[in-house]
Design a protein around this ligand. Structure first.
Ligand code: PHE
Length: 356
């Protein structure tokens, strides 16, 4: 009997039905009321008690195996049938997936980077959480400068301080840590880490404690630039920025520089361009002046160079910084800054044709 069972076992193992009829025949042959298993159990009754002890287990396992095999085969035939039944129409158009669009800020950032890359500028990045040295002190901000004030800067507290308006946390050197308020901090890191000449731009996100409105946000994006070498002059700065706006806003864009103040540059200026929307005739965007301010710039203050261990007698340099949101607003006539961070697909989709 054992021999028979092992023969049947290998028969069952290799059985592969092509259709339901074959499977049904299998069921009748092994599991049916007059099937092999039934017969085997009949024959089992007649064997000696000695044999029963061994055979009982073998027979039961054989029966379970046959039933399990039947169940598996049945299920697999059903799934095959189901997919054959569902009217598969290969001529139907596929279910396309929607292509996203690049964010307008990414598009403009890319454009800015491309222009400066052609002029030999590298791209540098740095941390968004900064210490006081890199964000302020090294950049010649006096101790009492209002930009250090809680009004403008998001200081970071690592552990909660229960006192009202409690102290912010500090880094290992006792300096306050904060979300960077500009990417000038990357300039400091770059100058500290290397030797001049430097020629790089620093794109990145920056944070300021401002109430969110159509014209202000608590975070925005900047691209700053730095060029340090021997004999770099304000004329180099003007020429570079002039070329930049011709590329970005089109040939014929006018520029003008107004004296300004930044702690880290001397002299400092703000640069306006002729309004790219009304071409200088006057519109709401330029408040009917024909000009819009797009960046701050100047010659790197010798104190900053010395703070970064650069010989200010030998090297000079210029720096500039612009907000990507502002330039994007101008290029695409976007009037509300909040649109950039709401991720409304209807807004973002309008830039689809600009895919690069
Ligand atoms: N860091 C300045 C800002 O955030 C911009 C700037 C950069 C101005 C470099 C001058 C030179 O407003």
């Amino acid at each position: 009997m054992q021999e028979k069972i092992s023969q049947y076992t290998s028969e069952i193992n290799s059985f592969q039905p092509k259709n339901n009829d074959e499977l049904e025949a299998f069921r009748i042959r092994f599991l049916g009321t007059k099937g092999i298993i039934k017969d085997l159990f009949e024959a089992f009754k007649t064997v000696s008690a000695e044999e029963k002890r061994i055979l009982g287990k073998v027979l039961n396992e054989f029966k379970q195996m046959a039933e399990a095999k039947y169940q598996i085969l049945k299920e697999s035939l059903e799934t095959v049938e189901k997919s054959a039944d569902s009217e598969l129409d290969l001529t139907l158009p596929g279910e396309g997936f929607e292509l996203g669009a690049r964010h307008p800020l990414s598009l403009v950032r890319k454009e800015i980077i491309e222009i400066f890359k052609k002029l030999g500028f590298n791209v540098a990045e740095g941390p968004e959480i900064e210490d006081d040295w890199h964000n302020f002190s090294a950049l010649n901000f006096p101790e009492e400068h209002p930009a250090r004030d809680m009004q403008d800067t998001f200081f970071i507290r690592l552990s909660p301080d229960p006192s009202p308006g409690g102290e912010g946390s500090t880094n290992g050197k006792g300096e306050a840590i904060a979300l960077r308020t500009h990417t000038s901090s990357v300039q400091v890191r770059m100058m500290e880490a290397g030797k001049p000449p430097f020629r790089a731009i620093m794109p990145g996100r920056v944070y300021r404690n401002e109430a969110i409105s159509a014209r202000a946000h608590c975070f925005f994006h900047q691209v700053e630039g730095l060029y340090i070498d021997e004999n770099v002059s304000f004329a180099d700065l003007k020429q570079t920025l002039f070329h930049f706006v011709q590329e970005l806003f089109g040939a014929g864009t006018k520029v003008r520089f107004r004296p300004s103040y930044f702690p880290f540059t001397e002299p400092s200026a703000e640069m306006d361009i002729s309004c790219s929307i009304c071409k200088g005739d006057g519109c709401q965007f330029c408040k009917y002046s024909g000009w819009v301010e797009i960046l701050g710039c100047g010659m790197v203050d010798p104190n900053v160079l010395e703070n970064c261990n650069i010989d200010s007698k030998k090297f000079t340099g210029y720096a500039f910084g612009m907000g990507i949101e502002r330039i994007t607003n101008l290029k695409y006539q976007i009037k509300d800054l909040r649109l950039f961070s709401e991720n409304d697909i209807r807004f973002l989709k309008q830039f689809q044709s600009e895919m690069i």
